[in-house]
Write a protein that binds this ligand. Structure first.
Ligand code: 13P
Length: 269
């Protein structure tokens, strides 16, 4: 089940994901993705050993798709949210069918900003996860505790409870990514320690095992998110149960994000 075997070899391909949030319009997105691809190419980044994905705003996705496909860039992309519905009278919502038609691989679901600012419940998150899988998208399911939760319940209780509901409708073998993002670490400059991230990631992997079986749990990537930077990624990537990062602010800077993607240079594995 470990991301690192005893001899240090990885059993899951790490995923370094940039959640742009509401930043960069479609023209800025094109310039950014071009620069990112050049920077990683220059550095001879091995995409087979560390996958890279960007999550632009909805209005950028068509432009990003066109660029990635025309230039055959080895980058993946996804959306930051999805409707639980397929189509119909849901003004302002975006169907998973539309995202799939734009070649999205992933979709972020249940980000803490959506849970807080849009009152998304665990049940709504679960419905969106089901919709994503139905449309052939890989859900990146976000869970995490607030500072108050941490004080009251300890580090794992809230993310574990959130994940149980989010994954309840899935079957063994479903490709899903879990992102542990402590709310207190998001945009605060105060990242969790690698040991804290590992403790919760291990608990989340047990939830995946309980609901989807050991085999799926062994294949599921669990990311850490919250103030990840090029200078702290190595510590997280040394942990057995941390398989990558969901990066906010630092994913908007090509040099910084490239440094995160190239974590192997700092980790030495
Ligand atoms: P920061 O990296 O800016 O802390 O944001 C993390 C995040 O919310 C990614 O989804």
């Amino acid at each position: 089940m470990a991301a690192l075997t005893n001899d240090g070899a990885r059993t899951r391909v790490p995923l370094l994901a940039g959640n742009w949030k509401m930043n960069l319009d479609h023209l800025q997105a094109i310039a950014f993705v071009q620069k990112l691809a050049w920077s990683l190419k220059d550095a001879r980044h091995d995409f087979a050993s560390a996958e890279v994905a960007v999550f632009p705003p909805f209005t950028d996705i068509r432009s990003v798709q066109t660029l990635i496909s025309a230039d055959r860039l080895p980058l993946k992309f996804g959306a930051q949210d999805i409707s639980a519905h397929d189509s119909g009278a849901y003004t302002g919502e975006i169907s998973g069918a539309f995202l799939k038609a734009l070649d999205c691989t992933y979709v972020i679901i249940g980000h803490s900003e959506r849970r807080t600012l849009h009152n998304e419940s665990d049940e709504q998150v679960a419905a969106k996860v089901t919709a994503a899988v139905k449309h052939g998208l890989v859900p990146v399911v976000c869970v995490g505790e607030t500072a108050e939760d941490l004080e009251e319940h300890g580090p794992s209780a809230v993310p574990v409870a959130q994940l149980r509901v989010a994954l309840a409708g899935l079957q063994a073998g479903t490709d899903v990514v879990v992102a542990y993002e402590p709310v207190w670490a998001i945009g605060s400059g105060q990242a969790a320690t690698p040991e804290q991230a590992e403790q919760v990631a291990a608990a989340l992997r047990s939830v995946v095992a309980e609901l989807l079986g050991d085999e799926t749990a062994a294949e599921t990537r669990i990311l850490y998110g919250g103030s990840v930077k090029a200078n702290n990624i190595a510590g997280f990537m040394r942990q057995a149960n941390v398989d990558g990062a969901l990066v906010g602010g630092a994913s908007l800077d090509v040099t910084e994000f490239s440094g995160i993607v190239r974590f192997q240079k700092h980790v030495g594995t």
